[in-house]
Design a binder for this molecule. Sequence first.
Ligand code: MN
Length: 321
Amino acid sequence: MRDRAKDWDATVKALIDADELTVACHINPDGDALGSVLALTLGLRRLGKAVHPTWGQTPPKVPAQFASMPGADGFVSPADVPATPTFVALDCGAADRLGSLEKRAADARTLINIDHHRGNPEFGALNVVITDASSTAEVVAGLLRDAGVTLDRDIATCLWIGLVTDTGRFQYSNSSPSTLRLAADLVELDVPVAEIAHEVFESSPFDYLKLVGRVLERARLEERARFVHSWVTLVDMIETGVARDEMDTLIDLIRSTRAATVAALFKEEDDGTWRVSLRSRGPNVGEIARSYGGGGHDLAAGFNVPDRERAVGEITERLSA
Ligand SMILES: [Mn+2]
């Protein structure tokens, strides 16, 4: 992994040399973002450093399925984070993913950008962007080792959650031999594999099942484009009581048909616009997302649009070409 990032050695040195650091992930954090922040925080604390784990939303509320991660109760509200000379951005495909901490990051003496998103513009002073890494957690594991941190069960648990969430439990094409070797190392450290699976993937509130019913019922297939899509409205969220951050895996149900190679889920935002998640088994949906000002990977990406029907038409057109 080291040879795939030009600033690897300088980043390891910067982490070792820093006395106090802010460690932040993207807003609306997923398992990889949270796991990366917590693993790096716990690891750097083992080296005696003062670390402020955070992300740019107030308050930083950890989603329920991740609430029992080691260190999850220690996130600091962005307003309470002191300005530190070193700022680490984790799993942020672009600087604006830092939300309210974007300016703080830009003002830091040393901004370290650790990520795995293709198209990351290398916004840091030091950049470790490894686009073929399964997850930012996998990159963090390598950096911690080179910084001389001995992984323990808590750190391993955080890294494991990053791995299992970003690889779809080792089912996506980003599950490389090195990902699985790392996974084996983590299991050797006694990571509670079954417990995590239950908490992260099987702990939906009952009302979530009702929401799933609505979304699957209204799914539409554009046959010629092999494109399946569905949507969640604000009314659905109000009537079922399911929160936006509890719907991250709905897209995995939409895309589980052999009739489609591309799947989209549209989630209505408070202002009536739509947040779109795209998944693909072939066509490059990262390109599609970027053409709408969004971002992501070749096979998993996202963007925002004002008009759902229009976007469906355009994507259908594009995929039928
Ligand atoms: Mn990630």
